[in-house]
Design a protein around this ligand. Structure first.
Ligand code: FE
Length: 254
């Protein structure tokens, strides 16, 4: 399996603390059936700055360590960029790293509590530059939970989304799990990824999530998500189905 979102690089953010922990995470990922993994450290969120050149060096180093330790896992380039007013300055300075550094797909993180007013503009500008933003874990964003229509609008505009495997299996609570299912039902989800930070509470639950998705939404749905992750690995376009709008709730009618 392929995991497109994970904090396995040592000592760069709130994920792995050091190389020893990164190797333990890698072993757990392999045990969980993962063969390819995109390392996506935080960038431009309030605490962490991880520019492209730095990530590239560290990914090379981690891949070397994996080889030396006979761990059959390949790490690919990535970055999780917090939506930020300086995102385009950072892009001009070549600090932004798209998945596989191919200039086409970028993991974009919203603040957990809200959707900034300039979100649609940032998505529009990125698309103009040929970069498709993949909004990570929209199911955990408080404003989107309260206003599903806004998520529909962002996807309609051309953004893709990634649901976190832990959300699907209920690790973040019932309401986030139920919103995750609604997002899938409305064709507003395009990828499932672990967003693993460690080998404990935020681990590699991709297989469990796919099993749950197969039960709730059918096995075809799981194939669809798996195929989309493979497409990214091959630098090809994932398949995107037409988003389904949320029905308006009419008072008194259930
Ligand atoms: Fe993350």
């Amino acid at each position: 399996m392929i995991d497109i979102h994970c904090h396995i690089l040592p000592g760069v953010d709130d994920g792995s603390a050091d190389m020893k922990e990164s190797l333990s995470m890698a072993r757990k990922a392999v045990e969980a059936g993962i063969t390819h993994l995109f390392a996506t450290p935080h960038h431009l969120n309030e605490k962490y700055v991880n520019v492209k050149s730095n990530i590239i060096v560290r990914v090379v180093r981690l891949n070397e360590s994996l080889k030396q330790n006979n761990i059959p896992l390949t790490i690919h380039l990535g970055q999780e960029v917090r939506i930020h007013r300086d995102i385009f300055t950072s892009l001009e300075k070549e600090e932004i790293l798209t998945l596989n550094d191919n200039g086409t797909y970028l993991l974009l993180e919203l603040p957990s509590g809200r959707v900034p007013t300039y979100t649609q503009e940032v998505i529009y500008e990125l698309l103009l530059k040929g970069i498709t933003p993949i909004i990570v874990h929209p199911e955990r964003n408080k404003e989107l939970i309260a206003n599903h229509k806004l998520l529909f609008e962002l996807v309609q505009e051309g953004a893709l989304t990634q649901i976190t495997s832990g959300s699907i299996i209920g690790k973040f609570g019932k309401s986030i799990q139920s919103f995750s299912n609604k997002i899938i039902q409305h064709n507003l989800a395009h990828f499932i990824a672990t967003d693993a930070h460690n080998i404990g509470s935020r681990g590699f639950t991709l297989q469990q999530a796919y099993e749950t998705i197969s039960k709730v939404h059918g096995i075809e749905c799981t194939f669809h998500f798996k195929e989309n992750a493979e497409q990214l690995l091959k630098n090809q376009s994932p398949s995107v189905e037409k988003p389904v709008p949320f029905k308006k709730k009419i008072l008194g009618i259930f």
